[in-house]
Design a binder for this molecule. Structure first.
Ligand code: MOS
Length: 745
C-alpha cells in the first residue's frame, strides 16, 4: 500500500481498503469457505402464474453429487412462514415477501420453485434442468401500460393537497406524461448467502447485505431465535444500489437447506436470476402539470404517479414527494397509486422515488421555460425557496445557486441555443441541458465502540456495511480529524452483526448517522485522555480539561506546549492497556429538528445528436453536489462519477423487457440489458459546494449516494430537446423515439 502520506492526518488520496480490494485479499460473501460446504442452485418457474401439480425430482436426485432437491413437498417447517399469527411461536414474525419453497403457487416467471443441493456448484447447476415441474397455469398480467388504464386495478391512491383550488394570472402551463421502464440494479457482486447452523438454535450467515443488523433481526424472527443466536457477516459488498436492503429468498432457502442437510450451504444467484430475484426500480407513469405567471412564478404544481408492485406485496416509494417541497409553489396537488402485477416485488434502487419523480418534474420545468421564453436556470432561481413549503421549516442549508453558477460556467451555458435545434458542431446537433436532484439528509441512531490501545492504535467498530462508497475510509477520516491523529493508526471495523448496532447502508444516511457516532466516540475518547492526564501526569496536576488539548498523539497544555505527554506514555503511566468505550448517538437533536435537511445536486450536460441517425453522444458532464462538508474527496468524487454512469444508463439505454404473452424477462443478461459502456462515458467534472451544514449534525456532512443520480436523466432529456427540438418523455431516449427507424448500437 502507498504509505507516502503517513505523516499527515488527512490522507486525501487513498481508500483505506483499496489495496485489499484490488489485490483480492478482501473477501466477498461467496468467496468464503467452510468445512463440508454444500452448494445450492435455485430451479425457477417457467410460467408466470399458476399451481405446481407435481415436481419430479427423481432424475436430478440420481445425478452425480446431488444431495437433495428441496421443494414445497419436503421443505422443513419454517416458523416465520406460518401465516396464522395465533399459531406462531412467541418471538416469531411472519417472513415478508415470497415464502420460498413453501407452497405450490407460482406468482411470477422465474420464481424459485425448488433448490438443488450438491457437493459442488457445477453438480448442482447441472442438475437443475432435470427437475421436472408440472403446472396448472392461470391467467396473468405483466403489462403495466395496459393494466394501469383500468382504475379498478390500482390500489387506493395517497394524495396531498395544499393551496387554492384554482389559480389566476396564468401565463403558461405545461402538462405532460412521463414513462420510465423497469430498471435493474446490476451490481457486480452476485447475491449470495452461506448458511451454517453451528448448533440447533445458532445460525451463522455470510450474506450479501446492506444491513447486517437488519438481516440478523429478520432471520432471527423468521426462524424463532433470539437475535444474539444469529450472526451475519458482510465484511465487503460489491455494489448493491439498494438491491441488498432487504433479505430475498436466497437467505431463508440457504438456511432451510443447511438445516435439512445438517451442513453449511452456499447459495449464489446466477446472473440471469439477478434480474428477477432481488428487486428493481418499478415501472412508472407520471403526469405533471405546472402553471406559471408571466414572471415565471410557479402558481401550481400537480404531480400524479403510478408505479408497479407485485401481487403479493405492496412496494411504494416517494415518486411525487419532490414536487411538494423543492420549489416555492402555493398550490400543490399530488396523487400516487400502486399497481399490482404478476411480477416479483420491486425495491429501492439508487435515488429511489426521487430519481423517478425528478425526471418528470425537471423535464416539465424545462418545457415550461421554453413556453415562458425564460432561461431554465433563471426559472429555477425564480422559484428557489429557503423554506420548505411542505413542512414550513427552513432548509438546514441549500446551496443550489452555487451549483448553478459553477455548472453554467464549466459547461459553457452561454453557448446554449435558446431556439432548439439551431446549433451545429461538426455536422452534429448540439444541445445543453440541466436538471436538479434532491434527497433527504437524515441522521439516525448508531452505536460505535472505540478502543484506543497502549500501542497508540485506534479501532472503531460498528455493524454498518459498506456496499462500495468507501465507508471505512470516510469513517477513518472523521476519526482522524476528531482525534487529530494519523489515519494510518486507525482501523474502522464493519460488516458484522456482532459489532455495536448500526444502520443499514441506505438512503444516503451512513456518513451522517455513523459519522456522527464516530465523531462523538472520538471526542469522548479525548475527554478520557485529558482526565487521565490530569489524574496521572505531573505537568497537568490541578489543570482543568478545557485547558488541555489532544493532538498529534500528544496531550499538552494549550498555553504551554512544552507541558505535554504522549498518549502511549500516558496510558502506560496510568497503567491502562487500553481505553475502551461505546457511545450511542441518537437521531436529530431538538435544535437540529428545527430544520429540514436535504442534499441537492445540479447536473449539466452537453451532447451531440447525429441528424442522420439520431445517435446521441454525450460530450461533457458537469455534476455538482451540495452535501455539506465533503469528508473524503476521493470516495465522494467516485460516488458522483457512479451516479453519472447510472444516470446515463437510465436516460439512454436501460429497460427490462417483458414478454407479456409469457411473463418472461427477455433481456436478463448483460448482453441484452444495456448498461453504459466505458467508451460512452464522457469527461465528467464532479464538483461539490463543500460547505459544512452544521444544522444537520456536528460533522456538517450530508449524503451523496442518491443525489449523484437523481435528476441526471432529466438533464439528458432536456439537452436532447435543446439539440433537436424533440421532447422525449419516455425513458430510455433512443434514436427511434427521436423519429429514426433503427440504428446499430
Ligand atoms: Mo439505496 S436505494 O438507499 O441502497
Amino acid at each position: 500500500m502507498n504509505q507516502k502520506n503517513t505523516n499527515t492526518i488527512f490522507w486525501e488520496d487513498e481508500r483505506v481498503d483499496g489495496a485489499d480490494k484490488v489485490t483480492g485479499k478482501a473477501k466477498y460473501t461467496a468467496e468464503h469457505n467452510l468445512p463440508n460446504l454444500a452448494y445450492a442452485v435455485f430451479v425457477t418457474s417457467n410460467i408466470a402464474k399458476g399451481t405446481i401439480k407435481n415436481i419430479d425430482t427423481s432424475k436430478a436426485l440420481a445425478m452425480t453429487g446431488v444431495l437433495d432437491v428441496i421443494y414445497y413437498a419436503n421443505c422443513p417447517a419454517v416458523p416465520g412462514y406460518n401465516p396464522n399469527a395465533a399459531e406462531r411461536p412467541k418471538n416469531v414474525s411472519e417472513w415478508r415477501g415470497h415464502k420460498v419453497l413453501y407452497d405450490n403457487k407460482v406468482r411470477f416467471f422465474g420464481q424459485p420453485i425448488a433448490l438443488v443441493v450438491a457437493d459442488s456448484f457445477e453438480n448442482a447447476n447441472a442438475a437443475i434442468r432435470f427437475v421436472k415441474p408440472e403446472y396448472e397455469t392461470e391467467a396473468f398480467e405483466t403489462n403495466f401500460d395496459k393494466a394501469r388504464l383500468n382504475v379498478a386495478n390500482l390500489k387506493p391512491p395517497v394524495t396531498y393537497k395544499r393551496g387554492p383550488e384554482t389559480v389566476t394570472n396564468v401565463a403558461a402551463t405545461v402538462e405532460a406524461e412521463y414513462n420510465i421502464p423497469i430498471e435493474v440494479h446490476n451490481p457486480m457482486e452476485l447475491q449470495a448467502t452461506i448458511a451454517y447452523w453451528e448448533a440447533e438454535d445458532k445460525l451463522l450467515l455470510y450474506d450479501k447485505t446492506q444491513g447486517p443488523k437488519s438481516t440478523q433481526g429478520l432471520m432471527a424472527k423468521t426462524f424463532g431465535l433470539p437475535d444474539k443466536n444469529v450472526r451475519v457477516i458482510a465484511e465487503n459488498v460489491g455494489g448493491a444500489f439498494g438491491s441488498s436492503l432487504r433479505s430475498w429468498s436466497n437467505v431463508p432457502a440457504a438456511c432451510i437447506a443447511a438445516k435439512k442437510l445438517n451442513r453449511p450451504v452456499k447459495l449464489v444467484l446466477t446472473r440471469p436470476q439477478m434480474f428477477t430475484l432481488i428487486g428493481y426500480r418499478p415501472q412508472s407513469w407520471q403526469k405533471v402539470n405546472i402553471a406559471a405567471n408571466a414572471a415565471g412564478d410557479f402558481l401550481s404544481i400537480n404531480h400524479e404517479a403510478i408505479s408497479n408492485t407485485s401481487r403479493y406485496e405492496d412496494f411504494r416509494e416517494g415518486i411525487v414527494d419532490v414536487s411538494k417541497f423543492l420549489y416555492a409553489a402555493e398550490s400543490v396537488n399530488t396523487k400516487y397509486s400502486i399497481l399490482p402485477l404478476d411480477l416479483s416485488t420491486p425495491i429501492w434502487m439508487r435515488g429511489p422515488g426521487e430519481a423517478t419523480g425528478c425526471f418528470a418534474l425537471e423535464s416539465a420545468i424545462d418545457e415550461l421555460s421554453y413556453k415562458l421564453k425564460m432561461d431554465p436556470i433563471a426559472l429555477r432561481i425564480k422559484n428557489f425557496t429557503t423554506i420548505n413549503p411542505e413542512n414550513k421549516l427552513p432548509f438546514s442549508d441549500n446551496n443550489l445557486k452555487a451549483c448553478y453558477e459553477y455548472g453554467m460556467t464549466k459547461i459553457g451555458w452561454k453557448n446554449r441555443p435558446t431556439v432548439p435545434g439551431t446549433l451545429k458542431e461538426n455536422g452534429l446537433l448540439i444541445g445543453y441541458g440541466m436538471a436538479v436532484g434532491v434527497f433527504g439528509a437524515g441522521k439516525g441512531t448508531a452505536s460505535v465502540r472505540a478502543i484506543l490501545s497502549s500501542d497508540g492504535k485506534l479501532v472503531l467498530e460498528c455493524a454498518v456495511s459498506d456496499m462500495g462508497p468507501g465507508t471505512s475510509t470516510s469513517m477513518s477520516k472523521i476519526a482522524a480529524e476528531a482525534m487529530q491523529m494519523p489515519i494510518t493508526k486507525i482501523k474502522f471495523k464493519l460488516g458484522d452483526s456482532d459489532l455495536p448496532p448500526g444502520p443499514s447502508q441506505g438512503g444516503s444516511g451512513t456518513t451522517s448517522t455513523v459519522g456522527s457516532a464516530v465523531d462523538l466516540a472520538c471526542k469522548t475518547l479525548q475527554q478520557k485522555l485529558k482526565d487521565l492526564a490530569i489524574q496521572f501526569a505531573p505537568p497537568f496536576s490541578g489543570a482543568t480539561p478545557d485547558t488541555l488539548e489532544v493532538k498529534n498523539e500528544i496531550v499538552s497544555l494549550k498555553t504551554d506546549a512544552t507541558k505535554k505527554i504522549e498518549i502511549v506514555a500516558l496510558l502506560k503511566l496510568a497503567n491502562q492497556d487500553k481505553i475502551d468505550l461505546t457511545i450511542n448517538s441518537s437521531g436529530k437533536t431538538p435544535e437540529q429538528l428545527k430544520f429540514t435537511s436535504n442534499s441537492f445536486s445540479a447536473h449539466f450536460v452537453k451532447l451531440a445528436v447525429n441528424p442522420k441517425d439520431g445517435k446521441i453522444k454525450v460530450l461533457q458532464v458537469v455534476t455538482t453536489g451540495d452535501a455539506g462538508k465533503i469528508i473524503s474527496p476521493k470516495t465522494a468524487h467516485s460516488q458522483m462519477l457512479g451516479g453519472v454512469v447510472g444516470g446515463l444508463g437510465m436516460a439512454l439505454s436501460e429497460k427490462l423487457e417483458i414478454d407479456h404473452t409469457t411473463g418472461q424477462i427477455m433481456n436478463a443478461s448483460f448482453g441484452a440489458y444495456h448498461v453504459p459502456l466505458h467508451s460512452q462515458i464522457p469527461n465528467i467534472d464532479a464538483w461539490f459546494v463543500n460547505k459544512p451544514d452544521m444544522n444537520v449534525n456536528d460533522i456538517g456532512a450530508k449524503g451523496i449516494g442518491e443525489i449523484a443520480l437523481i435528476g441526471f436523466a432529466g438533464a439528458i432529456a432536456n439537452a436532447v430537446y435543446n439539440a433537436t427540438g424533440k421532447r422525449v418523455r419516455d425513458l430510455p431516449i433512443t434514436p427511434e423515439k427521436l423519429g429514426f427507424k433503427s440504428v446499430k448500437a
